[in-house]
Design a protein around this ligand. Sequence first.
Ligand code: BT5
Length: 308
Amino acid sequence: MRESSDYVSGEDISRELGVSRAGIWKHIEKLRKEGYDIEAQPHLGYRLASAPDRLIQAEVGWDLKTKILGKKIYSFKKTDSTNTAAYKLAESGEKEGAVVFAEEQSRGRGRFKRAWESPQGGIYMSIILRPKLEPLMTARITLAVSVAVAEAIRETTNLPARIKWPNDVLINGLKVSGILTEMSAEQDEIDFIVVGIGINVNTDPEDLPEGATALKKELNSEVSKVALAKKALKLLEERYLKIESDFSAIIDEWRNLTATLGKRVKVHTHTEQLEGQALDVDDNGGLILRLDSGFNKHILSGDVELMR
Ligand code: BT5
């Protein structure tokens, strides 16, 4: 029915799916309850007028042009945190590429035990990865994800999304997306990584903290969460496959999208506060900071404050 903009007869559906006409009616009723707008006309059959903008297998998985990411999709209407859910799944052996979506989170998490506000209207997704990288290289993943998210926003909305090292995507200086990369590793080997992505899509700005914005607010119209999530998965997969072989290409993209380089910044790490000029990123995805003393310092994790 999805491939056709016109009516499909009950007879055709019945033949193709091998179910009775009464069976079809039952399915149609179920789909309607899930938010599908299906028109029924005697003699003509059924027509899909609109599909719900929900982060479920039938929507995100449909025509998703990826090889790994999203091959398995778990969806919650509401959960505490998709990262927590994905982490548990990965611990019990879930394969690389599985994605957990939620329409809402009750305890969305940011980095360093901070909260991620997760009201309805946003995308909350976590992806399980099992890269053969040294643990030191996980910052590469965050960098690649930030490029994929910023590009997906640009391609879907035309809005000027920019990246603030390491994990923020901004529009006009306001935060529209955050990334939380969590890892389980033993010595020199990564067991798995969970990449959590939160994007304020059709979120009501009143439900967001100061300094945040949503795509709907910037664009003045609703954005399809399904289309954006699909695009992000596709663009992320392309970059993920190059993370070892061609990371310099990802850094080049990052350089074009960043709002951090060249700026005077203050960096808060968990041990110290540093000030200087954001010079570049290194091969591990770390930030290279030119200190006032003239020394360059490589920082793998921290918060950047842009100075005037
Ligand atoms: C982040 O942390 O930006 C990572 C956010 C990751 C969220 C995703 S959603 C799916 C998955 N499941 C989870 O539980 N988490 C991931 P950080 O850099 O620490 O930034 C957190 C700070 O951003 C907060 O302290 C607030 O200042 C701000 N903030 C909180 N909610 C926000 C929102 N919805 N939009 C913009 N900014 C927000």
